[in-house]
Design a protein around this ligand. Structure first.
Ligand code: 5AD
Ligand code: SF4
Length: 464
């Protein structure tokens, strides 16, 4: 038997890349690859890259600089280290990458199932590049994780249900790097989910670049919306929590709202990016909705599930954004009240329509707007976290914490929560009385009383 080869994979960017990295590991496992934590002693290093903003993209080139040294070092020791660049930078800048760095394989997100073959081709020819969008469904060809791999990854898992985006926001590279919107059929997702649940997974996050545009084929031959898929998956034994990410406000349909109203497993925490609160900027971004449309969508969610909370993404300094436009964003944030949010300085991306617009906001101004926005968001987030103190909330326990005897889990709103308890509680959802807050983490004790929503349901069930 050949000795195992060591694989080091480093992912940047979104959850889709985290998921893809796992699929690459699963695809390379039958080739004898096992994961290693360090790049230096690896036989294969994969950089799974992100192209969303310039800063993310540039990281790849600095990392490749470091790897060049490690590769030379390995060669001096008589060892071959292969370097592969995957992800969206590979898709967008394949030729540039091989020009600038000693890379063996460049592979776009649609071709990960070809990795074993590409590595062989690179050993033979010195280099292999594949950044096509093949017509065939890549998901069908990606290896399934082994039970041990699922267990090692813990109780919370991502499942890709949709990939690509047809929205064409003018600032965004995703429609070019990930291609057109494609949904996986329900039956295939269900197979994956059952395998995960059978091996200890209790929480699923359905992921897609525009996940609520989901329209996969159902077992009845009809196209199913995301709400119906969620309803179906909530019936899989073992699955305690469902989440989905990332959504577009335009694609929130009644099935999704109904799912939030009806499914206890569906967590009341929605990432719903708005990007800006100014209609002028939203239109220049081609978001296809106004700030008021967004407010109405939020209202629909809130009417269905009163304890629902939101997070969002914002871009400051989009070309043409005035102080007044920016204030409209602050006003929207104040009005909605977020549990968390991410904000970014606009970064012109080559090939996107907005890259042709004249940039009007200076870097200093962008920094200042970012600081103001983040200040507001931070104050909302800390008020939201503080509000948990003194309440009893459900926590799904994930793993042992760094501090001995402590177990950490997450609330419905993804807040980390720590208790002193036995590791037996890992994988269980239990009520926790929250006593204090340490930075972003909640600290508490296991409680005996069920929380309000569950109490209401169990009293309904018993007729009390
Ligand atoms: N500049 C800055 N932020 C961007 N995002 C996407 N493209 C850009 C860009 N060109 C942000 C958006 C998106 C998040 C994933 O990244 O806010 O929702
Ligand atoms: Fe990019 Fe999201 Fe807009 Fe699609 S909807 S183009 S992924 S920002």
């Amino acid at each position: 038997m050949t000795p195992p080869r060591k694989l080091h994979i480093k992912s940047y960017g979104c959850q889709m890349n985290v998921y893809d990295a796992q699929r690459m590991v699963d695809t390379l496992a039958p080739e004898g690859f096992v994961e290693t934590a360090s790049a230096e002693d690896a036989d294969l290093v994969i950089l799974n890259t992100c192209h969303i903003r310039e800063k993310a993209s540039e990281k790849v080139y600095s990392e490749l600089g470091r790897l060049r040294t490690a590769k030379d070092e390995a060669a001096r020791g008589g060892r071959t280290m292969q370097i592969a660049v995957a992800g969206c930078v590979a898709q967008a800048e394949g030729e540039e990458i091989v020009r600038r760095a000693p890379v063996d394989v460049v592979v776009g997100p649609q071709s990960y199932h070809h990795l074993p073959e590409l590595l062989k081709r690179a050993s033979h020819d010195g280099r292999a590049i594949e950044t096509e969008f093949p017509a065939a469904d890549k998901f069908g060809f990606l290896a399934q994780p082994k039970p041990e791999a699922i267990r090692a990854r813990g109780i919370s898992a991502f499942v890709t249900v949709q990939e690509g985006c047809d929205k064409f926001c003018t600032f965004c590279v995703v429609p070019y790097t990930r291609g057109a919107e494609v949904s996986r059929p329900v039956a295939k997702i269900l197979d994956d989910v059952k395998r995960l649940a059978d091996n200890g997974v209790r929480e699923l996050t359905l992921i897609g670049q525009n996940v609520n545009a989901y329209h996969g084929e159902g077992p009845d031959g009809q196209s199913w919306p995301l709400g119906k898929l969620l309803e179906h998956l909530s019936q899989v034994p073992g699955i305690a929590r469902l989440r989905y990410s990332t959504s577009h406000p335009r694609d929130v349909d009644d099935s999704l709202i109904a799912a939030h109203r009806d499914l206890d497993a569906l967590m009341p925490f929605v990432h719903l990016p708005v990007q800006s609160g100014s209609d002028r900027i939203l239109s220049a971004m081609n978001r296809k909705h106004t700030a008021d449309d967004y407010r109405r969508v939020i209202d629909r969610f809130r009417a269905a599930r009163q304890d629902i909370a939101f997070s969002s993404d914002f871009i400051v300094g989009f070309p043409g954004e005035t102080e007044e436009d920016f204030r409209a964003t602050l006003a929207l944030v104040t009005q909605i009240g977020y549990a968390a949010a991410y904000s970014f300085k606009y970064s012109a991306r080559p090939g996107t329509p907005a890259a042709d617009l004249q940039e009007t906001v200076s870097l200093a101004e962008m920094d200042q707007r970012l600081e103001r926005l983040q200040g507001l968001i931070d104050s909302q987030q800390s008020a939201f976290n503080k509000a948990a103190i003194g309440t009893t909330v459900d926590v799904l326990f994930e793993r042992e914490a760094r501090k001995e005897g402590q177990i950490v889990g997450r609330t419905a709103y993804l807040q980390p929560a720590h208790v002193m308890a036995s590791p037996d509680i890992i994988g269980k959802t239990l009520p926790v009385r929250i006593d204090s807050l340490e930075r972003y983490s909640l600290l508490g004790e296991l409680a005996t009383k069920p929380v309000a929503r569950e109490a209401a349901l169990s009293s309904m069930a018993t007729g009390a």
